[in-house]
Design a protein around this ligand. Structure first.
Ligand code: URP
Ligand code: ZN
Ligand code: ZN
Length: 468
């Protein structure tokens, strides 16, 4: 017995079609008009849209960072993702200093073991490129990990120098692997931070003031140039501002294989939010920092015209009031000064709904482009397509039955992320997942959780994926 989803409108990156869809086991078996239903479970999707499950390629579950751990683990974070219509994500396994890349991968597999309830993959973040570690880069392909990441910021913690960045990128490129970068000039940020603290500027707003957009633009331009020299594909994560967009566009105009993502929060939260009274601004501290409404306008334009390829979340939640009632320490660590605030914001649950509300309903792009940015491009760029990222015969039946009429007001009181605040608190969206299927099984039905811990699969991804 299979499952037939009847009377829905199927939206892919390329098409909008009214058709039924048959699921056999974990895959889509047939798409067509008036499919026979005898012997099958039937789901009526009249008035609903069928979207491929969302893919969030930038998340940090249970990340040791800023003197604590991000507060969602592989169960709570993935369950929250599912409630929001995301059925796959890729998290960053961090190489321990002095350790191997494989050790980082093993640590992350342990975090997910027995907890995962949607499908997931890993990128590996290189923090310590010793000669023997260079040889490990191509070996990651056998682990199903064809993407590496380097941080150009977080001096003394995760930051690497240009030699490390260039060598890693060149090695990865030789083997069909993709290099990702966090592009901010960490050396300059360290100088600006020390100067601000010396002046007694300790409030959350100074997090943004000490990481100006030009510092992101400079690092983006440098990474793009190095990718051009190496002839290696590059993906710039969490791009926030005009200066960075200009550098990416310059590289693409020169024919360099470079791509970029932005994250949901940069479209809605601005630098001024970090200046809210008291310590409130700490809720919005992440890196790169929130920018201006003009930058957000440029990002919307770049998503619409293809200058940017993906929207992810950089989900890295911390408690606002942590360290109490069994909670991990959180943002309160930075009450003494902004440089001690754990960097990161929650968002894995909200990406699809807020981007639909403002991207599609707001007239920035079509429903097809929405699917492309949220699912298809992530799958193509990161070696998952066409198993994930589309609704086609043979693809995994990761399906969001999307109700374009349903309104919902986002709140920490009702969200499923393991945090005590939501950066979109009070935002009313229209368009919400009615039902979410992972490999043919319903894991979310309205407000009901039907998934199970341990049922998520590790995604062994392919190298030589698309440069878009
Ligand atoms: O503030 C952020 N973005 N925290 C997570 C780590 C990173 O830089 O992606
Ligand atoms: Zn980053
Ligand atoms: Zn990140």
């Amino acid at each position: 017995m299979g499952t037939v989803i009847k009377n829905g409108t199927i939206i892919t990156a390329g098409d909008t079609v009214q058709a039924d869809l048959l699921i056999d086991g974990e895959q889509i078996a047939l798409i067509g008009r008036n499919l026979p239903v005898e012997g099958h479970e039937v789901i009526d999707a009249t008035g609903k849209l069928l979207l491929p499950g969302g893919i969030d390629v930038h998340t940090h579950l249970e990340l040791p960072f800023g003197g604590t751990l991000s507060s969602d683990d592989f169960f709570t974070g993935q369950r929250a993702a599912a409630f929001g219509g995301t059925t796959s994500h890729i998290d960053f396994a961090i190489q321990p200093k002095g350790g191997s890349l494989k050790e980082g991968v093993d640590i992350w597999h342990k975090k997910a073991e027995g907890k995962a309830c949607i499908d997931y993959g890993f990128h590996v973040a290189i923090t310590d490129l010793r000669p023997e570690v260079m040889d490990e880069i191509p070996a990651l392909i056998d682990e199903g990990i064809p993407s590496i990441k380097l941080f150009m910021a977080y001096k003394g913690v995760l930051q690497v120098d240009d030699t490390t960045l260039f060598r890693s990128m060149a090695k990865a490129g030789e083997h069909g692997m993709l290099t990702m970068v966090h592009a901010e000039n960490g050396d300059v940020i360290a100088e600006l931070t020390a100067a601000a603290l010396a002046r007694g500027e300790t409030a959350p707003i100074y997090h943004a003031k000490t990481r100006p957009s030009i510092v992101e633009g400079e690092a983006t331009g440098r990474a793009v140039a190095l990718a051009g020299v190496a002839g290696a594909p590059l993906y710039v994560v969490h791009m926030t501002c005009v200066e960075a967009l200009e550098q990416l566009a310059l590289g693409r105009a020169r024919g360099f294989p470079v791509m970029g993502e932005t994250c949901t929060q940069y479209m809605f939260i601005f630098e001024e939010d970090l200046g809210k009274p008291g310590f409130e601004g700490a809720k919005y501290v992440c890196s790169p920092p929130m920018r201006t409404p003009e930058d957000a306008e440029a990002l919307w334009g770049a998503l619409a015209d293809g200058a940017l390829q993906v929207v992810s979340t950089d989900h890295c939640p911390f408690w606002f009031e942590g360290g109490v009632a069994g909670r991990l320490p959180g943002k309160e660590l930075g009450k003494v000064s902004f440089d001690k605030i754990p960097n990161g914001v929650p968002g894995i649950e909200d990406r699809m709904a807020v981007m639909w509300r403002h991207g599609v309903n707001g007239g920035h792009f079509s429903a097809n482009r929405f699917v492309e940015l949220m699912s298809t491009n992530p799958a193509k760029i990161f070696g998952l397509y066409p198993r994930k990222g589309t609704l086609a015969v043979g693809s995994d039946a990761d399906i969001v039955i999307w109700d374009p009429e349903k309104s919902h007001t986002i709140s920490a009181k009702t969200h499923h992320m393991n945090t005590d605040y939501n950066i979109y608190e009070g935002m009313t969206v229209q368009g919400w997942p009615d039902r979410v299927l992972l490999r043919g099984r319903t894991i979310v039905d309205g407000d009901r959780w039907l998934g199970s811990e341990g049922s998520g699969h590790f995604l062994h991804r392919c190298p030589h994926a698309a440069v878009i």
